[in-house]
Design a protein around this ligand. Structure first.
Ligand SMILES: Cc1cc2nc3c(=O)[nH]c(=O)nc-3n(C[C@H](O)[C@H](O)[C@H](O)COP(=O)(O)OP(=O)(O)OC[C@H]3O[C@@H](n4cnc5c(N)ncnc54)[C@H](O)[C@@H]3O)c2cc1C
Length: 438
């Protein structure tokens, strides 16, 4: 990727601010923090920036391995950046509510399924309203299934994609709090490429291949231990995935028990992607969707011909994705083929070739795809936003109250944390920080 910095920068011994992680949140924070008189460094464990926003090149195209959709595109702080960064905004609506070839679902079935899901969402919202009025509990979202509905398994398959987890593991309150305007657009060249381009503004102060292991907060300055040496800082903006804080891959020392508990309450679920080329692609309508099975949650979603390309993008979630990733990339591709063969016929086997397979669950720098709150833990996202001693500020998709799990939510949180860090350093407040982030 030509957008990425070629060589990493040296590690200073002392700075005012360290931003840990150069994903969407870290890049947003660093861009906001850059100003005369403030010394800063961004430390990134991987050899590239972007984190879970990553576009892989393939035959001149960009394949998004992590985020692909500008969710709530009409209220998304990154939408305006697409064309500003010289990239192409694609407003083709997503096909998620359709079923190619009416496979296993007549149009009436599809309408019934849509209604069943809307009814489920309504029951979750009513319970959340009651909770906010002081009644009821934060329960597993699956408690709001209609036990007699034939669509529960299919809804749980979709939960795997939405939440990276089954509804039984998802807090009903947190699920209800998610913000979705219903508008979803894409970046033709790749959402990951957009984040990488935005990261160029801070490439001169970014050190890659630099994993932070420990933040020692016992002294007047924070002391950071990394695989490339030590440094001190007045302020840290910590944007690593929640999973790495919960497991103390990045250890705050002495530990902050409330923070550790909150990171465990909002774990990362998993979603895995398999990009495949397909021969005789003209048999499929561009940008259509196929769910191969309706009787089980152990199934993938298949986006046929994304951007009209001769490709299929498979998406697996939750326990299915964890199990397949544990067996390796071939297992993901084999599973996709077996499902497409059983749905569309045996000739699919020779028509499909793997192009790229994600592995966010086995990746040591993410250990999952995006966060969901466990039942009873919806309030933990707010706890994650509470600064430690007004000098360690967490930000990332997991700290976002409404747009959690998304790249633009992470971006807003990076900006929010940067504004708090600037205030702690005595700088005047930024007037243009997005109000929705506060
Ligand atoms: C398969 C998949 C599909 C998705 N689809 C969408 C979508 O369509 N739309 C959408 O908006 N979002 C989507 N997302 C979610 C989105 O990609 C993330 O929410 C967002 O990119 C997270 O940004 P972040 O800055 O919070 O974390 P990250 O991007 O994970 O950034 C954290 C950074 O910290 C670094 N790091 C980790 N440990 C250390 C350490 N010890 N020291 C230094 N650095 C460290 C990491 O390498 C990483 O670069 C998807 C994610 C996945 C995985």
């Amino acid at each position: 990727m030509t957008d990425l910095p070629k060589a990493s920068n040296p590690l200073p011994s002392q700075v005012d601010v360290v931003v840990i992680g150069a994903g969407a949140a870290g890049i947003a924070a660093a861009r906001r923090l850059m100003r005369p008189g403030l010394s800063m460094i961004v430390l990134e464990a991987r050899d590239r920036i972007g984190g879970r926003a990553f576009t892989q090149g393939f035959e001149g195209q960009g394949l998004d391995m992590g985020c692909g959709w500008l969710h709530s595109a009409d209220d998304n702080v990154l939408t305006a950046q697409v064309e500003a960064q010289g990239l192409t905004l694609d407003q083709t609506p997503p096909p998620w509510r359709t079923q190619a070839f009416d496979h296993e679902m007549t149009p009436a079935d599809q309408a019934a399924f849509g209604q069943a899901f809307a009814d489920f969402d309504q029951r979750v919202t009513e319970a959340a309203d009651l909770f906010r009025a002081g009644q009821g509990q934060d329960r597993p979202a699956s408690d709001f299934f209609d036990p007699d509905s034939r669509w529960n398994a299919r809804m749980d398959a979709i939960s795997g994609a939405l939440n990276g987890a089954r509804f039984a593991e998802v807090s009903s309150l947190d699920y209800d709090a998610y913000g979705d305007t219903g508008m979803n657009w894409r970046v033709r060249e790749g959402y990951g490429r957009l984040i990488a381009r935005l990261g160029q503004a801070v490439s001169s102060i970014t050190v890659t291949d630099c994993a932070v292991r420990r933040i020692d907060r016992s002294g007047p300055l924070l002391r950071l231990e990394t695989n490339r040496g030590e440094l001190t800082a007045r302020i840290v903006v910590l944007t690593t995935p929640n999973s790495l804080i919960a497991s103390e891959v990045v250890r705050i020392d002495p530990p902050v028990p409330a923070l550790l508990e909150a990171t465990a309450g909002v774990p990362l679920g998993l979603a895995s992607k398999v990009h495949m080329t397909v021969r005789c692609a003209g048999d499929f309508q561009p940008d259509t969707q196929l769910w191969t099975r309706t009787d089980t949650a152990q199934t993938g979603g298949y986006h046929l011909r994304p951007f009209g390309r001769p490709m299929i993008e498979a998406y697996f979630g939750a326990d299915l994705a964890w199990g397949l990733e544990a067996q390796g990339p071939e297992a993901l591709f084999d599973f996709a083929i077996s499902e497409l063969v059983s749905a569309l016929g045996s000739e699919m086997r020779r028509r499909l070739e793997p192009a790229a397979v994600s592995g966010w669950g086995v990746d040591p720098w993410s250990r999952g795809a995006y966060s969901h709150a466990l039942p009873g833990h919806a309030a933990d996202r707010a706890t994650l936003r509470v600064a430690v001693e007004d000098r360690i500020f967490l930000a990332g998709e997991a700290t976002a109250p409404v747009y959690y799990g998304t790249a633009h939510g992470a971006w807003m949180e990076g900006e929010r944390a940067a504004a708090s860090a600037l205030a702690a350093l005595g700088f005047a407040p930024d007037r243009d920080v997005d109000e929705r982030a506060s």
